[in-house]
Write a protein that binds this ligand. Sequence first.
Ligand SMILES: Nc1nc2c(ncn2[C@@H]2O[C@H](COP(=O)(O)OP(=O)(O)O)[C@@H](O)[C@H]2O)c(=O)[nH]1
Ligand SMILES: [Mg+2]
Length: 279
Amino acid sequence: MALFSKLFTKIRGGSTSTADWEEIERSLIESDLGAINSSEIIAIAKKVKGEEIESAVMATLTSWLSAAPRELSSHSDRTTTVLVVGVNGTGKTTSSAKLVAHLKAAQKSVLLAAADTFRAAAIEQLQTWGERLNVPVIAGKANGDPASVAFDAITEAKRLASQYLIVDTAGRLHTKSGLMDELGKVRRVIEKISPVDEVLLVVDATTGQNGIAQAKVFIESVAVTGLILTKMDGSARGGIALAIERETGLPVKFIGTGESASDFAPFDAQNYLTGLFQA
Ligand SMILES: Nc1nc2c(ncn2[C@@H]2O[C@H](COP(=O)(O)OP(=O)(O)O)[C@@H](O)[C@H]2O)c(=O)[nH]1
Ligand SMILES: [Mg+2]
């Protein structure tokens, strides 16, 4: 990612001109770190001298990371339920499937629920993943009630003593209050039987600052516990994970780096920060 190596190389080289500072600041902004964050970093770099710069910048970046738990919730005595939410096309269905693959690789038993009932294609998409991953998918009819699919799914998860239930939901915009209410209903129906442990908001990293703005509004109406940043393999730029954690206070729990089930990993914040400093 090497976001900051240029900054340090320039500064170590001795005299940093105004044009140099501008160029460094521009490259930080272009990395989707955000304008305010970038100018804060430049201010620190200008103030601190010599060898201390790296540790000063690192300390600031570390303070921007979310303090909330990054690990996916888990319970040994009951099903852990995860709702996957977000705007259309961000990668909810793909990420739900990837999460299943990730949990299966850790020998967990998982059930998938197709609570995006808006389009028949969305249900089929999840069923195809279910077959590929050899995981049962609870689905209803197209245009059916997503809350009733969720109810059937948690009932079945309990019966099977499934360790995880992953619920894929329909894409929605925070501005559509009917859809946001529907999400609340899905949650309430599940919680009649078992707690909802995680609500993961999927954000397409290639949408940059817009994606962050969208996430901020979204989490005002839904109790989100963490983020999945998708499409980090595309034109996504390295600064977004830091910027979104600072803006929302929420931890990035997973990142998606492609279209197949294995293109997915827990977000390792320390590794990520170290990577930003490497040439
Ligand atoms: N390159 C890339 N494509 C992704 C990633 N995650 C999802 N996609 C693609 O994005 C498109 C929308 O994904 P989908 O899961 O259907 O989005 P949903 O509408 O939020 O459910 C699909 O073509 C996916 O293959 C990712 O991490 N990297
Ligand atoms: Mg979908």
